[in-house]
Design a protein around this ligand. Structure first.
Ligand SMILES: Cc1ncc(COP(=O)(O)O)c(C=O)c1O
Length: 391
């Protein structure tokens, strides 16, 4: 396998609930959940049932034809969100590619072919393919892979003035994550997101939200934008949507959808009947108010513990995030902390800055949170002591 990841030395064999097991039988409490994918953890019986049921009916037949699962999933998404129309693809990065194309098509139909500029934010992450990469506000991801797709301008996150300075008569859209994930887990402020909505209105541009990581229950509401009292024009989603099967989607209003014609975009696999059938079941469950309330409750529980821990452990610089999307900025090396947590049977992952990230499955229980915080505390106590000894 190509070395695009620096993986630890163990091999994952199987999972159950919030736990993963390696081939030596070691058990790991998983606070990564496939990077915000496995909302229902592992070995989820209902997902297995859905998978089996649809696999015995149909799993691929081309987007040349309608299938019932994709229509039903589109209907559910339209019912539960701002959207009028949905485009299905296979991943987050593909959703971003499609959103860029749809925004530019909208602009060429309603404004001018010369208008194609999209403002995105510093520290953002939108994916690894060329359009999404060019939109990503972190040069380390693209600087050795030029030339990039042109037409992107970067402004500072949570700084409305910075966006205002970059907006011009060529700007057709602003693309923003309501909670920056890979950049370090930074939630947008109310003022910023509301300000962007107004700015887009004033300048006849589209507000595109990237909810690939923060969407579908992760922040305690079905979509993160609900917490800001605004509506986007277009939104990209992926990660948890199909319970770990590859599926992405672009949701949009009719103002954009009415300009997209047959042949404008397409995909062989995107939104096939197997993944959309599973996704329908996953999203029905995630969108239940009782489920979302439980995410909020567990979020309050873990934030209370981590905030308390910050008061006790000086190596915790800050705790930030929303729902069960949590970034912890450290003054010690995050990779050392991650490695030691792995050794102690806790999986957490890195994010931007000097931070580690907690992304537990949404079905996590308070006892698992207690277990994770305990392991994390022990590791920080050990790492902190070592650092103190060294200096
Ligand atoms: C906010 C955001 N956008 C886009 C992507 C890209 O998604 P994918 O890895 O499915 O291509 C990610 C992945 O981490 C993400 O967090």
């Amino acid at each position: 396998m190509l070395g695009t990841y620096s993986r630890p030395g163990f091999v994952i064999s199987h999972g159950n609930g919030v736990y993963l097991y390696d081939t030596d039988g070691k058990k790991y409490l998983d606070f990564v959940s496939g990077i915000a994918v496995n909302a229902f953890g592992y070995n989820d019986k209902q997902t297995q049932k859905a998978l089996l049921e649809q696999s015995q009916r149909l799993w691929h037949c081309s987007n040349l034809y309608y299938t019932e699962p994709q229509v039903q999933l589109a209907e559910l998404l339209v019912k539960k969100t701002f959207a009028d129309k949905v485009f299905f693809c296979n991943s987050g990065t593909e959703a971003i590619e499609a959103a860029i194309k749809f925004a530019r098509k909208w602009a060429s139909a309603t404004r001018s072919k010369e208008d194609f500029q999209i403002i995105t934010l510093n520290r953002s992450f939108h994916g690894r393919t060329y359009g999404a990469l060019a939109a990503t506000g972190q040069p380390k991801f693209w600087e050795n892979f030029g030339p990039m797709l042109t037409g992107f301008e970067f402004a500072d996150f949570n700084d409305l003035e910075s966006v205002k300075k970059r907006i011009s008569d060529k700007t057709v859209a602003v693309l923003v994550e309501p909670v920056q994930g890979e950049g370090g887990v930074y939630p947008a402020t109310q003022e910023f997101l509301q300000g962007l909505r107004e700015l887009c209105e004033e300048n006849n541009c589209l507000l595109i939200l990237d909810e690939i990581q923060c969407g579908f229950g992760r922040t305690g509401t079905f979509c993160a934008y609900e917490q800001y009292g605004i509506l986007p024009d277009m939104m990209t989603v992926a990660k948890p949507i199909a319970g770990g099967l590859p599926l992405g989607a672009v949701l949009m209003n009719d103002n954009i959808a009415s300009h997209i014609k047959p042949g404008d975009h397409g995909t062989t696999f995107g939104g096939g009947p197997l993944v959309t059938f599973v996704a329908h079941d996953i999203l029905k469950r995630i969108s239940r108010q009782s489920f979302l309330d439980s995410v909020k409750e567990k979020s309050d529980y873990i934030f209370a513990q981590l905030n308390e821990l910050q008061g006790k452990i000086p190596d915790i610089v800050s705790v930030r995030g929303k729902g069960l999307m949590i970034g912890i900025e450290l003054s010690v090396d995050p990779q050392t902390v991650i490695n030691k947590c792995i050794a102690d049977g806790l999986l957490i992952c890195k994010t931007g800055g000097n931070a580690v990230r907690f992304l537990p499955p949404l079905i996590v229980e308070k006892k698992h949170i207690d277990e994770a915080v305990k392991k994390f505390t022990n590791v920080l106590n050990k790492v902190g002591k070592k650092d103190a000894e060294k200096s």
